[in-house]
Design a protein around this ligand. Structure first.
Ligand code: AHR
Length: 510
């Protein structure tokens, strides 16, 4: 077949509508749980150019900055209403000694960033720079503390330095360093991946260490800590079981790390060069997070029926081959946007247990919101999913039933072609996020809302010609949300949607 004929055939296919109507029944009166806004958390690690170059360029840089923070990045991040920001790692956290990162910058000792390329870390971005950044962004800090190579005393003093307002030694030191009032910090992580880069520990040993370290993290002057224990990677159920048994409600949260990583046959996939089967495989691996979540929650329920301990998915996202010569810098296509959309749709379902999640990572590392090169900045397709999904933050989760075609993909997984999630905000507006995974076919979707009769529907869509499309430094505006005109009300108050192939849509219904 000639190339032009093949192209026209492909284009016709892209507009094909699936023969089957997807039915979605939303149940507004069954909504009882709030989707914690903290599910939309971010993560910044001293890794590659996440901190240096991405967030922080220093006051003397030629790149426009606000007290050392890149102004373009700050402005873009403010638009996401970030609820919390995790720092300083990741693996970096268990080698980080916070006292090296305070006081006059020129006096701060340097260190080797052993986890990430052995680069020299000059500690110019430390506790004050991080907590000031959180104040500028209006988000809560989540400080991940060092158990692997740090002492109990070091951790206890860090908490005192940040949160004590009294006449205590660490509060005095903080004041000498220019900050009079204590910061309010709720979220602290007691170790990161203690089963791996955080100390290669067994769960029994870590459980005891958690109990000991957490004991000396005190509540100063009205600050109330929310202590998060290091949890499992993916399907390590034994880790969760041991922690629940031995630590139980001494922890406020336990983490879970789940990456959409390892492409077909054990290789990490390429971030931009992939075919439809790779795309569908990615959707399958991403959606399998639900399976992992269910299994961890089942164990937690056994020991904590009242759901006092939160499951905090404090690292998630795609992990592709890094660009040559970089530390985990990867591009971000429409496929990554799908991973974000589908993952949120899953998190919402378990909002009674999942209290926080942090995508890895905010800038220039793995599935980023933003990529920077020198003074240039690109907002990724993933950024736009976070922007479109903002109405779900702290809204009431509305259960729904969905009847959708499915597809069998590699690794014997079955993926639904359409994924959906619904919530109601404080003003009563209903938001429904929809994703049509089908690369080629549009879907006809009919949405009913039980007793609620909709009177207006508007929407936003994120899509592009190809699933491999992306925003680059040369063409930063290729993919961005547009107004969506494909939804209309029916006479009986339902909504009919024609959801284009490979598209993510957010509807607002009043
Ligand atoms: O996000 C990159 C790394 O992945 C983190 O440092 C570590 O916690 C995880 O293994």
């Amino acid at each position: 077949m000639k190339k032009t004929a093949l192209l026209s055939l492909l284009m016709v296919c892209a507009m094909c509508v699936s023969a089957q109507t997807v039915n979605i029944a939303v149940h507004p009166s069954q909504g009882t749980q709030k989707i914690s806004k903290h599910i939309y958390g971010q993560f910044a690690e001293h890794l590659g150019t996440c901190i240096y170059g991405g967030l922080w360029v220093g006051e003397d840089s030629d790149i426009p900055n606000t007290r050392g923070y890149r102004t373009d990045v700050l402005e873009a991040l403010k638009r996401l209403s970030i609820p919390n920001l995790r720092w300083p790692g990741g693996c970096f956290a268990d080698e980080y000694h916070w006292m090296d990162g305070i006081g006059p910058r020129e006096n701060r000792p340097k260190m080797c960033n052993n986890n990430w390329g052995g680069l020299i870390e000059d500690n110019s971005f430390g506790t004050h720079e991080f907590l000031d950044l959180c104040e500028i962004l209006g988000c809560e800090p989540y400080v991940s503390m060092n158990v692997g190579s740090g002492t109990v005393e070091e951790m206890a003093k860090w908490v005192e330095y940040i949160t004590s307002d009294g006449d205590t030694p660490m509060a005095k030191l903080r004041r000498q360093n220019g900050r009079d009032k204590a910061w309010k910090v709720r979220f602290i992580g007691v170790g990161n991946e203690s089963w791996g880069c955080g100390g290669n520990m067994r769960p029994e040993y870590y459980a005891d260490l958690y109990r000991r370290y957490a004991t000396y993290c005190r509540n100063y002057d009205g600050n109330r800590l929310f202590k998060i224990a290091c949890g499992a990677g993916e399907y390590d159920l034994n880790w969760t079981e041991t922690l629940m048994k031995r630590v139980g409600t001494r922890m406020d949260g336990i983490s879970l790390h789940y990456y959409t990583v390892t492409g077909w046959r054990g290789k990490k996939g390429d971030a931009v060069n992939f075919d439809n089967e790779d795309f569908y495989w990615t959707m399958g691996k991403c959606l399998d997070i639900e399976n992992a979540i269910q299994q961890h929650i089942a164990i937690m329920d056994k020991y904590d029926a009242k759901k006092r301990v939160g499951l905090m998915v404090d690292e998630w996202g795609t992990w592709w081959e890094p660009e040559p010569g970089t530390q985990l810098f990867q591009q971000n296509t429409l496929r990554d946007a799908f991973v974000a959309a589908l993952t949120f749709n899953v998190f919402h379902k378990y909002t009674d247990r999942i209290r926080m999640a942090n995508i890895a990572q905010i800038v220039n590392v793995l599935q980023s919101m933003i990529l920077t090169r020198d003074d240039k900045m690109v907002l990724t397709p993933t950024y736009y999913v976070f922007e479109m999904y903002k109405p779900h933050q702290d809204a009431t989760y509305l259960p729904l039933d969905i009847d959708t075609p499915t597809r069998e993909v590699r690794d014997n997984r079955v993926v639904p072609m359409v994924s959906a999630s619904a919530s109601r905000d404080a003003e009563g507006a209903i938001h429904i996020s929809l994703a049509n995974i089908d690369v080629d076919k549009a879907q006809k979707v009919r949405i009913t809302l039980d007793e609620v009769k909709a009177s207006a529907v508007t929407g936003t869509i994120l899509t592009s010609k190809k699933i491999t499309d992306l925003n680059t430094f040369d063409k930063p505006g290729k993919i961005k949300p547009e107004n969506f005109k494909g939804a209309k009300l029916t006479k009986d108050g339902a909504i009919e949607v024609v959801l284009p192939a490979h598209a993510i849509v957010m509807l607002e219904i009043k």
